[in-house]
Design a protein around this ligand. Structure first.
Ligand SMILES: Nc1ncnc2c1ncn2[C@@H]1O[C@H](COP(=O)(O)OP(=O)(O)OP(=O)(O)O)[C@@H](O)[C@H]1O
Ligand SMILES: [Mg+2]
Length: 420
């Protein structure tokens, strides 16, 4: 394996506000980059690792990146995916393509299709320091974190220009595909939506307990197992939370338009409450079946939060934003309770947003049979404040606090269909 990590600094145009990123589909979301701070500093492999998890992982030519992970050779992964055959393509993201592959369960050596264990192999596009940085951050975090609601990273490959990651295969793909793809899978029933929200909240609460800010919570990063169990994927933007007396970490603004918290986009000050905001956006997507940002819509409807916010606190009007694909098949009380949680997560003032542990507890109550639904945890969460949020609902979608970002990259409709 070669060492291709010592790359000199350059601007990654996929992250610019004015540049195109991963395609042209306007229905999809796009990643944000700081309006002016586009120069990514030169990182050595070691400095990236230290920044990511606090404990540097030794690495150089021939050394492994994480003792918990298998270091694959490129030819092993070529063979596991049948030479990255197009019909093995599971999807495409900002940094590369994801292929289905097979490996032996015991030895992890490549196996014939249909034999051994199915894996998802992410092959990074050979461009951009940011991609490399995220690849390494992902290895550092997922090589050390294990939880039923985090996707399992099995290994990686570092071979010259080729950077790859090997994950457990999630047969139902991403939540994004299920919620928004027209002509795709059956619409998710209410109970599954609440299950997914609860499990994703559990994954996020686990990260926050470990003082890690995820920074990229969105429907496409929630992957679904055969029984619709949810797991968070993509830890490339994860960041160690503030330590000591610090209230936040200052960072270059990264994330995805429509999901990133407004105060983080405006100031670069990152807290765990930024993730809580993103969680509120995904909860709204689950309730409404609409994308966080949808440029095919007109006016305020382009931004889900701006459009839905006025209806969330009104029991009688909530049905107006509920996903019509549910066909009215949802318990009204639970829908209202979920809307209340979303409202609290989306509070403009991050200090008034609940902790993920409170959100999780509230969602767990919703999974219980209707007669036992109580709102005890909700009582501890500051009351939602539509007044505090109201300026957002009035302002134009393009204001300094939500800088305009090019329409995304790569719409799910442009991605290759899933192979399952
Ligand atoms: N472990 C996996 N098992 C099954 N399918 C997967 C797995 N990982 C990714 N995919 C599929 O590949 C698609 C692309 O994933 P990827 O993480 O590269 O991009 P993304 O999350 O869609 O976009 P972005 O780059 O903006 O985060 C996913 O939407 C999903 O359908
Ligand atoms: Mg992803």
């Amino acid at each position: 394996m070669g060492n291709c990590l010592e790359t000199s600094a350059r601007v990654d145009s996929r992250r610019t506000i004015s540049g195109a990123s991963k395609g042209t589909n306007t229905n999809s979301t796009s990643r944000l980059s700081a309006p002016s701070a586009l120069i990514i500093p030169t990182y050595s492999a070691r400095s990236i690792a230290t920044e990511s998890v606090g404990t540097p992982t030794p690495r150089s030519d021939g050394q492994f990146l994480s003792p918990n992970l298998k270091a694959f050779t490129f030819s092993e992964l070529k063979s596991a995916t049948r030479n990255f055959r197009p019909d093995s393509l599971l999807g495409e993201g900002g940094f590369g393509y994801v292929f289905k592959g097979w490996i032996d369960e015991q030895t992890l050596a490549p196996a014939k299709p249909g034999y051994g264990m199915v894996v998802a192999v992410k092959k990074l596009k050979p461009e951009g320091l940011q991609g490399r940085k995220e690849w390494l951050t992902e290895i550092n975090y997922l090589g050390q974190l294990h939880h039923p609601n985090l996707v399992k990273l099995i290994g990686y490959c570092l071979d010259g220009e080729n950077l790859l990651l090997v994950y457990e295969f999630m047969p139902k793909g991403s939540l994004e595909n299920h919620l928004f793809r027209t002509g795709g899978p059956q619409p998710l029933p209410w109970a599954v939506r609440i299950k997914v929200a609860t499990q994703a909240a559990r994954g996020l609460a686990f990260l926050h307990d470990a003082k890690i800010i995820y920074r990229d919570f969105k429907a496409s990063n929630i992957l679904l197992d055969a029984d619709f169990s949810a797991k968070l994927s993509d830890f490339g933007l994860a960041k160690a939370g503030p330590t000591g007396d610090m209230t936040h970490v200052s960072t270059q603004v990264m994330g995805t338009q429509g999901y990133a918290a407004p105060e983080y986009v405006a100031t670069g000050r990152l807290t765990a409450k930024s993730d809580v905001y993103s969680f509120g956006v995904v909860l709204l997507e689950l309730l409404s079946g609409r994308r966080a940002v949808d440029k095919s819509k007109v006016g305020i409807e382009q931004n889900l939060v701006d459009w839905a916010f006025p209806y969330l606190a009104d029991k009688r009007k909530l049905f107006r934003i509920m996903d019509t694909k549910l066909g009215g098949q949802y318990p009204q009380k639970a829908a209202y309770a979920s809307a209340t949680i979303a409202l609290q997560c989306l509070n403009e003032d991050h200090k008034h947003r609940p902790h993920m542990s409170d959100v999780l507890a509230s969602l767990e109550q919703l999974q219980a049979p209707p007669t036992s639904i109580r709102y005890s945890h909700m009582e501890n969460i500051p009351a939602p404040s539509p007044v505090r949020r109201s300026p957002r609902t009035r302002r134009s979608p393009r204001t300094p606090s939500t800088p305009s970002v090019p329409a995304s990259p790569l719409g799910s409709l442009q991605r290759s269909p899933q192979v399952q």
